[in-house]
Design a protein. Structure first.
Length: 102
């Protein structure tokens, strides 16, 4: 994909990491997660409690979005089965109407 489609790739280090996450090998998400965890540890080492605080505050929206996606995917109906069930119900209703007309 072109870099024009994804402007975050213009950011030097973060863009490289996200591009590798998007287009890299299949173990790229694991390495990305390890790098993010390491950044949190380094923030705590260099800046103390405030480093941890800012790190976790920055990750809070990511966690909330992840929870939202997990909950929505767990409770969302399967659209294909809903369409199949709807068609089956319409067929049954049509059969019952034909029987009632006889």
């Amino acid at each position: 994909m072109a870099a024009v489609d994804r402007p975050y790739r213009w950011v030097p280090v973060l863009g490289w990491m996200l591009r590798d996450l998007d287009e890299g090998r299949e173990d790229a998400p694991l390495w990305f997660g390890l790098v993010v965890a390491m950044l949190g540890g380094l923030a705590g080492i260099f800046f103390g409690v405030w480093g941890f605080l800012l790190y976790f505050l920055a990750l809070t929206p990511v966690a909330l979005i992840g929870y939202g996606i997990a909950v929505f995917s767990a409770i969302a109906p399967d659209l294909k089965s809903s369409q199949e069930e709807r068609q089956e119900m319409q067929r049954i209703i049509a059969e019952n109407r034909e029987k009632a007309d006889l």
